[in-house]
Design a protein around this ligand. Structure first.
Ligand SMILES: Nc1nc2c(ncn2[C@@H]2O[C@H](COP(=O)(O)OP(=O)(O)OP(=O)(O)O)[C@@H](O)[C@H]2O)c(=O)[nH]1
Ligand SMILES: [Mg+2]
Length: 305
């Protein structure tokens, strides 16, 4: 079995190998000149580090090393440190406040971003930590979505609250919250239907869900997590903007980093929004949800560890 670090490393392989070999190609006995900087910028943009963040990282590199002979390894080390600094402040674990019974976590995101799978993975993790977990099948639009969450409930021995297909999601969530309180749950994970950020009716539905939850506890949902698919690259920025304007997004989980060379998107999201990134998904298995750690992530991205 792969250890934690190697699993992350293999998950991020597509992004890191493209950056590492790209940088290696640029710096074969070369001074850091304008052409090299431009080539580096292209590479960073290709991995979705984003324009402003790339400029910032390369500005710092130029300041230190411009005109000097540098090796690819030195450049990677330098960039890795710069990236780690950007990621540090968003590398915040999701901590469950045990005073809240249950601690309510609402999951939102566009279609197929990985909400339901992430809930399953988290339920497994929380259960293994000894917490009593229930799930709510708040995606009442699709019968298959209810079934999918039930399967996760069975796999993780978690209770699943579900209504009938087509029933009102906010109503189901309200009832589930009350019942979860009675059950003495530690954590309540609420799945919601996928919604594109530009579909206003669906966005107002999730606004209603939050309003209804607040009737039971003004401070709930205690976490509002936006699940983002890394393969969409810079579109993730539009999703963060739209969802943040409707919900108080308290944290982000980025999935599918294993399937993409766009792992740099995390760096641009961190730099721009400064919203905590709690976990990252690097595969479909239960163990493939990892706590987000700034130093490991940047070191692996730049192949320095
Ligand atoms: N490779 C990979 N696949 C993932 C990851 N996370 C989720 N998936 C897959 O992505 C697909 C969609 O995941 P779901 O959890 O159903 O996504 P969702 O956001 O609930 O989708 P909707 O409910 O339709 O909006 C599934 O096939 C998952 O197995 C990940 O980190 N890596
Ligand atoms: Mg789903």
């Amino acid at each position: 079995m792969l250890g934690f670090f190697n699993r992350l490393k293999s998950g991020l392989n597509r992004t890191s190998s493209s950056l590492v070999s790209g940088i290696g190609n640029i710096f074969t006995k070369k001074r850091l000149d304008d052409t090299a900087i431009e080539e580096l910028e292209d590479l960073l943009l290709m991995s979705d580090v984003g324009y402003n963040t790339s400029k910032k990282l390369l500005g710092a590199l130029s300041k230190e090393k411009f005109g000097k002979e540098v090796t690819g390894e030195e450049v990677r080390l330098f960039l890795s440190k710069g990236i780690s600094k950007i990621l540090e402040s968003v590398s915040v674990p999701l901590s469950i406040d045990k005073q809240r019974k249950p601690y309510v976590i609402l999951f939102a995101g566009v279609n197929g971003s990985g909400k339901t799978t992430t809930i399953g993975k988290l339920a497994d993790r929380f259960r293994k930590e000894g917490l009593k977990v229930s799930l709510v099948a708040g995606d009442t639009f699709r019968a298959a979505a209810i079934e999918q969450l039930k399967v996760w409930g069975e796999r993780t021995c978690s209770h699943v609250f579900c209504g009938s297909h087509g029933s009102d999601s906010a109503g189901l969530i309200y009832d589930s919250y009350q019942q979860s309180q009675r059950r003495g749950d530690d954590v309540l994970l609420i799945d919601t239907a996928g919604r594109l950020q530009n579909k206003s009716t669906l966005m107002s539905e999730i606004e209603k869900i939050v309003r209804v939850i607040k009737k039971l506890d003004k401070e709930a949902p205690h976490s509002c997590i936006l699940v983002l698919d890394a393969t969409v690259g810079q579109n993730a920025h539009l999703q963060v903007e739209a969802f943040s304007s409707i919900l108080g997004v308290t944290g982000i989980i980025v999935t599918k980093l294993d399937g993409t060379a766009k792992g740099g998107v995390i760096v641009s999201l961190a730099d721009k929004f400064k919203i905590p990134i709690h976990y990252i998904g690097v595969g479909e298995g239960l163990e493939d949800l990892q706590e987000f750690k700034a130093e490991d992530y940047s070191a692996i991205l730049m192949g320095v560890k």
